[in-house]
Structures are given as structure tokens and as C-alpha cells.
Ligand binder design. Structure first.
Ligand code: GLU
Length: 271
């Protein structure tokens, strides 16, 4: 190889390393992209002024801190139920904290740390409705849930296979349709439904059926095979519970709409 050629190759590699952020360059930005929901008040929510709030946001910030990142180094990215695995697989996010239930189908593509919370699938209807009190009432009714969610899967295969199920990208779209009486019910985790029912402007408009239709163990989604990150996040989640932060985050975010949370679940992933 001629000297000039070798120089060109070295320059190309150096450029590739710099642009990919692997060059050990001190100027490289030390940030952590984290996937959260933007439209689930009480869990993952982006306000009009750009600020973030919710239980998943608090958990994500705690975990990021334990991984060595300052609050200013966190870059929250919006995820939808259907694209969580993909965003993790393509390194768009370092981890996902987004009402993300641990299950085997997802574990074929990603790994989880946790769980850090236990929710249950439930139904949300308009306050004036008396026609839906149990899952079977949903058959032949118009129901909304979200593409790629365990809630939609559970309706189709177990709860009410004869329901007319509308699947939208996010639960907030379902809520608008429910309010406009285009639907009979919205189904997903009670955490999410309680958040909508308690949201300013929604009080008195909706009610939860109060059914425990499933067990939804929320995990932190990570790249498949990243055992080191899994271990670090599990340690952060354990610490979060032991130092009282978990309780504090629950109280701060799930206080309204008569939502009664389950105790912190034991960590099972990676063991
Ligand atoms: N926890 C359920 C799931 O992971 C429903 C909530 C959601 O779609 O984020 O699919």
C-alpha cells in the first residue's frame, strides 16, 4: 500500500470513528437517549412547554443517574407501543421505560431489567355509561386499544374476541374517540386509564371499571444480550426501592383518580 493510500484509509477510519462517536474524542457528547411515552399523563408525558413528567419519567431519570448521566444529558425520545422493540434493536434508544410489559414474545427481540411495577388491564368508559361492567360485556361493542400492545392482543385472543376492536397508534387518540361517543370503551393498563381520568379537564368525564384483567409487569427494555446493562439497571431499580424513591414516585404520580397501586414487584429478569 502506498503511503498516500494508507493515509487515506486511516483518515476514513478516523472519520468513521468520530461520526459514530467511538473515537474516544473528549468533545463527543455524553448523552443517553431514553424511550418514553409522550401522551400518558402520570406515566410518560410531555407538556406543551416541553417538560416531562410521570412515573416512568421519574424511574428513567433515576436509572440514568445511576448509570452516570446528569439530568441535562438525558434525551427523551417518543416511543409508541408498536415500535419499542425496533427502537431498541436499532440503537435509537439506550433503554425504554414506557409502560412496557415483560413477555416472552418481546423477549425474543429485546431483554428487560426489572420488573419495577405491576399494573393490570382495565376498562375506561364515559361516566354516564352503565352498559359495561365486565369483560364479556365488550363482545359486539366498539372498543379501542393500541397497536402492538398487550391490551389489544388480550382482547382479541381472550377477553372479548367478538368485540369490534379499533387499534390506534396511541391511547390518547382512543380517548378522544371515547369522549366523542364513537366508542364504548378504551382498554389498557389501569395506570394509564387512571392518568387520563385524573387529567385536568377530564375529571368527572370517565370512570374505570375496576377489573384486574391481566398482570402487566413493567420492565426496562434494553438491547438483547446486554447483560452488563441489565445488571446495572437491576441494581438501580433495587436501590430505587430501598431508598424510598419508588414509593415517592408512586405517590407523586398515581395519587389521583382513586388508583390503588400494587407493592413493588420482585426483580426477576436476568437471574
Ligand atoms: N403494558 C402494556 C404493553 O406493554 C400496555 C401499555 C402500552 O401499550 O404501553 O403493551
Amino acid at each position: 500500500m502506498k503511503v498516500s493510500q494508507a493515509g487515506a484509509v486511516a483518515a476514513t477510519i478516523a472519520l468513521a470513528l468520530t461520526t459514530s462517536g467511538c473515537g474516544g474524542n473528549d468533545d463527543a457528547k455524553h448523552t443517553i437517549p431514553i424511550g418514553i411515552k409522550f401522551d400518558q399523563p402520570g406515566l410518560g408525558y410531555r407538556a406543551a412547554d416541553g417538560t416531562f413528567s410521570g412515573f416512568d419519567v421519574d424511574v428513567a431519570r433515576y436509572v440514568a443517574k445511576e448509570l452516570g448521566y446528569k439530568p441535562s444529558e438525558i434525551e427523551f425520545k417518543q416511543v409508541f407501543s408498536a415500535d419499542r422493540e425496533l427502537l431498541i434493536q436499532f440503537n435509537e434508544v439506550k433503554f425504554v421505560a414506557a409502560s412496557y410489559s415483560i413477555n416472552d414474545k418481546r423477549k425474543a427481540k429485546v431483554d428487560f431489567a426489572g420488573p419495577y411495577f405491576l399494573a393490570h388491564q382495565d376498562l375506561l368508559v364515559r361516566s354516564s355509561q352503565a352498559d359495561i361492567t365486565k369483560a364479556e360485556d365488550l363482545n359486539h361493542k366498539k372498543l379501542c386499544s393500541v397497536t402492538g400492545s398487550t391490551s389489544a392482543e388480550n382482547v382479541k385472543s381472550n377477553l372479548a374476541p367478538k368485540a369490534e376492536l379499533l387499534e390506534l397508534p396511541g391511547y390518547s387518540e382512543c380517548l378522544v374517540a371515547l369522549q366523542d361517543s364513537q366508542l364504548d370503551a378504551l382498554t389498557t393498563d389501569n395506570t394509564i386509564l387512571a392518568g387520563y381520568a385524573a387529567q385536568e379537564g377530564n375529571q368527572g368525564k370517565f370512570k374505570l371499571a375496576g377489573l384486574n384483567l391481566s398482570k402487566e409487569n413493567y420492565g426496562i427494555g434494553i438491547k438483547k444480550g446486554d447483560k452488563e446493562l441489565q445488571k446495572k439497571i437491576n441494581a438501580a431499580l433495587r436501590k430505587m426501592e430501598q431508598d424510598g424513591s419508588w414509593e415517592k414516585f408512586v405517590k407523586a404520580n398515581f395519587g389521583a383518580a382513586n388508583y390503588k397501586n400494587e407493592p413493588a414487584p420482585a426483580i426477576t429478569e436476568g437471574s
